[in-house]
Write a protein that binds this ligand. Structure first.
Ligand code: RTP
Ligand code: MG
Length: 136
């Protein structure tokens, strides 16, 4: 059964010209793009997207970073798409958690600048897709 997930290439990934690399890995895995758009988001959308982290010590830095420039927002579809993209992304800390061969493991150094986001559950995916792509 097919499912959908929300993927972001965060502002660091766009600035480092890794959009093509990330989309290529998504497609080579066998997942499909349903929608994709370059956007610079405001604090309101950023805070809604990362609402689960409100109040944590890194929250303000996270909002500042995610609103700092254009990002690529995409909806990606395929069998087990949510877990499959998390596998492609690798763990949150690009050095301690992500392994080589993953996007974060291959291209990241710092947790704050970890290049991509992927929804972490079916509930998150439904919420995030509605938030970013209400017309879908
Ligand atoms: P994301 O939501 O962006 O896909 O990342 P994730 O699930 O792997 O990690 P999560 O725990 O949801 O954290 C969201 C983002 O916040 C930043 N962060 N910084 N300084 C820190 O300790 C810290 N912890 C998290 C990262 O950018 C992380 O991706
Ligand atoms: Mg997360």
């Amino acid at each position: 059964m097919s499912e959908r997930t929300l993927v972001l290439v965060k502002p660091d990934g766009v600035q480092r010209k890794l959009v093509g690399e990330v989309l290529s890995r998504i497609e080579r895995k066998g997942l499909s793009l349903v929608a994709a758009e370059l956007r610079t988001i405001d604090d309101e959308l950023a805070a809604q997207h990362y609402a689960e982290h409100d109040g944590k010590p890194f929250f303000n830095d996270l909002l500042e970073f995610i609103t700092s420039g254009p990002l690529l927002a995409a909806v990606v579809e395929g069998p087990r798409a949510i877990a499959a993209f998390r596998q492609l992304a690798g763990g949150t800390d690009p050095v301690e958690k992500a392994t080589p061969g993953t996007i974060r493991g291959d291209f990241g150094l710092e947790t704050q600048f970890n290049l991509v986001h992927g929804s972490d559950s079916a509930e998150s995916a439904a919420r995030e897709i509605k938030l970013w792509f209400p017309a879908l």
